[in-house]
Design a protein around this ligand. Structure first.
Ligand code: DC
Length: 215
């Protein structure tokens, strides 16, 4: 069987990459993997055991015993889990342990038609030969505003300034780490969503992917 199409979508928190990835996957009938949930699940397992997400021994134990049912846990989206996820994600052995699962998903996606993976290192490390690569970004202020509105809608008590501070510190950790830092692959298409709503951003993503797949 010839290789199935793989779409890599990377970018910082609240850039819109998750929604874009879901919509691209739905439009092409491909399976979607939000790889951030893997790091979040490891982080949640560490926190629930009372461990330290920055401690490689605690994070390694959690990733080796990872229970995939945690991927559905609503606590994955909590602010404390987000912060802990960016800490476990900086540990190389955690990334190594999650690599095979992600590559396996890309090579053998559920449904057997193609795969869309979104994260921080999909185009650079996990799927460097992806058929289409997008790097989705927006200014920290715009991303913080979007995330703040989500928190408000969910009834989470947090100020926009706190969300911006969190986004800046996660960006610094995700981009500044040695292990697979967040960066645009040289052959990725840049999609800046600062002045685009999600509909317009999705349209641009779809036209990039269509051109890459020549459909
Ligand atoms: O996309 P997200 O906010 O759910 O990701 C949670 C954390 O996991 C984030 O701080 C960066 C990290 N991450 C990563 O390092 N590599 C990925 N492929 C996906 C997420």
């Amino acid at each position: 069987m010839s290789k199935l199409p793989v779409i890599a979508i990377d970018g910082p928190a609240a850039s819109g990459k998750g929604t874009i990835a879901r919509r691209v996957a739905a439009a092409f009938g491909f399976a979607h993997l939000d790889t951030g949930t893997l790091y979040r699940a490891v982080a949640l397992a560490v926190l629930r055991k009372g461990g330290d997400p920055s401690n490689p021994a605690d994070a390694d134990a959690a990733v080796r015993a990872l229970d995939l049912s945690l991927l559905e846990d609503p606590a994955l989206r909590a602010q404390t889990t987000s912060v802990a996820a960016s800490k476990v994600a900086a540990i190389q052995s955690v990334r190594d342990e999650l690599l095979a699962f992600q590559r396996g998903f890309a090579a053998h996606p559920p449904g057997g038609r193609g795969a869309v993976l979104d994260g921080r290192d999909i185009g650079t490390v996990i799927c460097p030969n992806a058929d289409a690569k997008l790097f989705v970004t927006a200014t920290p202020e715009v991303r913080a505003h979007r995330r703040f509105l989500e928190h408000k809608a969910n009834g989470t008590l947090i100020t926009e300034a706190e969300v911006l501070a969190d986004i800046r510190s996660r960006d610094a950790r995700d981009s500044g780490r040695e292990a697979a830092p967040l960066k645009q692959a040289t052959d990725a298409h840049l999609l800046d969503t600062t002045h685009l709503d999600i509909e317009a951003a999705t349209e641009r993503a779809l036209s990039i992917v269509r051109a890459a797949l020549r459909t």
